[in-house]
Design a protein around this ligand. Structure first.
Ligand SMILES: *[C@@H]1O[C@H](CO)[C@@H](O)[C@H](O)[C@H]1NC(C)=O
Ligand SMILES: *[C@@H]1O[C@H](CO)[C@@H](O)[C@H](O)[C@H]1NC(C)=O
Ligand SMILES: *[C@@H]1O[C@H](CO)[C@@H](O)[C@H](O)[C@H]1NC(C)=O
Length: 276
């Protein structure tokens, strides 16, 4: 461990508090820089007023499991879409469906910003689909690939129903279950392909879009992180923090400094009235 020069053996701990503002945060986790949770929407079928899609969440992180009560996925519809029905997950609120004119057919959710949660393992069979109903848990892919993904099916109405007219949802959010993740915008990608079990036939879905969510400690913690550095008793400089001990907020940072040299917070600790 790096300890500042100085003759005295008494070692003081100088804790430089970092006051981070989450407003301009890069979602970046220094311990798993490439980790992400990918949310894939596969449109399986166009319907008279929308589409049926299978949504799959995959936890491509090194070590961060998501445990019950688990993930909560939210988004904003771009038009007047409704969710007719869902299998393998559910919207936590139905919202106001009084504008719906489809007679006795009441949508599962009419929220503009629906929030969806996983079903429990014991959910009724007719509400389950393959790979669903894990109470919101998602293991890290590198540790338990079999349990690192979860799927649900969603039937969307009052929506475009072709690849030219559909409007992909936006403003995705992922709570797992607390804050920490930021999600990209939905990106239309090559339609997913699936191989038949015997591997002799490949099928592909009608349209696919992806959302990539990444984790940042700076979003997860409201309380500022603490950066600890060591200094000897008679040395009036603190030693630089070890690289990324605070979780580096800027991927491009090569210096690994936790705070800028002249940051007022640090100056007040070094030169302030309470100086040791
Ligand atoms: C997300 O993780 C997957 C699997 O590790 C990787 O292939 C992909 O490039 C990552 N995406 C981004 C945008 O980091
Ligand atoms: C929609 O699908 C047609 C036919 O499959 C394809 O030629 C066209 O490029 C697609 N358009 C978009 C915006 O993906
Ligand atoms: C984004 O979603 C949140 C809730 O999920 C909502 O409060 C906010 O208004 C949305 N923003 C936009 C621009 O739709």
């Amino acid at each position: 461990m790096a300890i500042g020069v100085g003759g005295c053996c008494a070692v003081l701990l100088a804790a430089a508090l970092l006051f981070s503002s989450p407003a301009t945060t890069y979602a970046y986790d220094s311990l798993d820089p490439n980790g992400n949770i990918t949310i894939k929407w596969d449109v399986m079928q166009w319907t008279p007023d929308g589409y049926a899609a299978v949504v799959t969440l995959s936890n491509y992180q090194q070590f961060r499991h998501i445990q019950p009560p688990g993930w909560q996925l939210g988004w904003t519809w771009q038009q007047k879409e409704v969710i007719w029905s869902m299998y393998g997950a559910q919207a936590i609120e139905q919202g106001d469906c009084s504008m719906s004119k489809e007679g006795s057919n009441v949508p599962h959710s009419c929220k503009k910003h629906p929030t969806v949660v996983d079903l429990l393992p014991g959910a009724p069979i007719d509400l389950q689909i393959a790979n669903c109903c894990k109470a919101g848990s998602l293991s890290a892919f590198s540790q338990d690939p079999a349990n690192s993904a979860a799927s649900f099916q969603i039937i969307v109405g009052h929506s475009g129903n072709s690849n030219e007219t559909v409007r992909v949802p936006k403003n995705f959010s992922l709570m797992a279950p607390g804050p920490g993740y930021t999600c990209s915008r939905a990106m239309i990608v090559k339609p997913s392909r699936f191989l038949s079990p015997d591997g002799r036939r490949a099928t592909q879905v009608l349209m696919t879009w992806n959302v990539i969510c990444t984790y940042s400690q700076f979003l997860a913690q409201k309380v500022p992180s603490c950066c600890v550095s060591l200094s000897s008793f008679d040395n009036d400089k603190t030693v630089d923090c070890p690289t990324c001990s605070c979780g580096c907020r800027n991927e491009k940072s090569t210096t690994g400094k936790c705070v800028k040299k002249n940051a007022p917070d640090l100056q007040s600790i070094i030169h302030g009235p309470g100086r040791w």
